[in-house]
Design a protein around this ligand. Structure first.
Ligand code: F6P
Length: 326
């Protein structure tokens, strides 16, 4: 096989803190191995529309601590079509790229797998999403930062909840997954954590809220993942108010603040290691895999498996959270 001389890197889907650290690592690893790295701007949209420029070491100076992605990101419908992917491949040929590092979540890696197969082209995926819902890695890039953002917000909410004896329903991100909710809920001693992976019965929830209230303490925090069966924080608040009209209930939807901000040290280190390994993997002849970290070891999982399997929630941790929250 001809050795790879040029590679592309892109970020796609919802951005996540640490993506810049991963881009930096890809560029620096490229320089180390003598491979030219091209930045593809705006994800797959940029691959289709030729938003492709060489990236040198000085381009990734002073970015490791910055949230977002210097390459920008997008959710691209056209890449879901055969014609769109064909245009993208033409640009790969135009720039003479011999491999691609794609940083993103489930949708991004689904596109990467299809593209790699269709054109028999070497693609390596890196797990970049705050949701932590990718099979094949213990942590995704951005998850730790997002959890810390939620924790610092909920700590503040707890102060005012306690002062006013209010119940706060805090909605966190996680369209299909409750990882952010579970971890931040434990870290903030939330009285209840509602996640899509576990069914909550409304009567049980209302009973436990009632039981948890005392003469002295009328406040409480309920964390709800946006993808929970109840349909989000507003729905939960409605149910509580219907049964307990006297309770003072407030909703706080944290939204996109969870996606921004400086990455935590954990995310910077994870992204740096995985970014380096993604280039090495391409040069070692690997293709069609996601590079993750499992049990503190580098782990390669086929994109096929990463997409097919759901990363399970830690059921024991969830039960512990239930006990501790009561
Ligand atoms: O996938 C990451 C994520 O932040 C999800 O948690 C959330 O549901 C979604 O992206 C929001 O996407 P958008 O910014 O496109 O509305």
């Amino acid at each position: 096989m001809e050795s790879i001389k040029k590679i592309g890197v892109l970020t796609s889907g919802g951005d996540s803190p640490g993506m810049n650290a991963a881009i930096r690592a890809v560029v620096k690893a490229g320089a180390h191995f003598g491979v030219e790295v091209f930045g593809i701007y705006k994800g797959y949209y940029g691959l289709i529309n030729d938003l492709i420029k060489p990236l040198a070491s000085q381009d990734v100076y002073n970015i490791i601590h910055r949230g977002g992605t210097i390459l920008k990101s997008a959710r691209c419908k056209e890449f879901e079509t055969k014609e769109g992917r064909k245009k993208a491949y033409e640009n790969i040929l135009k720039h003479g790229l011999g491999g691609l590092v794609v940083i993103g979540g489930d949708g991004t890696l689904t596109g990467a797998r299809l593209f790699g197969k269709e054109f028999d082209f070497p693609v390596i995926g890196l797990p970049g999403t705050i949701d932590n819902d990718l099979y094949g890695t213990d942590y995704t890039i951005g998850y730790d930062t997002a959890v810390n953002t939620v924790v610092s917000a909920v700590d503040k909410i707890r102060d005012t909840a306690h002062s006013h004896d209010r119940i706060f329903i805090v909605e966190v991100m996680g369209r299909d997954a409750g990882f952010i909710a579970l971890r931040s809920g434990i870290a903030t001693a939330a009285e209840k954590i509602l996640i899509p992976e576990a069914k909550t019965f409304i009567e049980d929830l209302l009973d436990s809220i009632e039981k948890g209230r005392t003469q002295e303490e009328g406040s409480g925090i309920i964390i709800v993942a946006e993808g929970d069966d109840f349909g989000g924080a507003n729905e939960v608040a409605k149910k509580i108010t219907e049964r307990f009209p006297d309770y003072d209930v407030r909703v706080s939807i944290l939204g996109h603040i969870q996606r921004g901000g400086a990455p935590s040290a954990y995310d910077r280190v994870l992204a740096s290691g995985l970014g380096f390994q993604s280039v090495k993997a391409l040069l070692d002849g690997r293709r069609g895999v996601m590079v993750g970290s499992m049990n503190r070891q580098i782990a390669f999982t086929s994109l096929e498996k990463t997409i097919k399997y759901n990363r399970p929630i830690n059921a024991e941790l969830h039960s512990i959270a239930e006990i501790l929250g009561l």
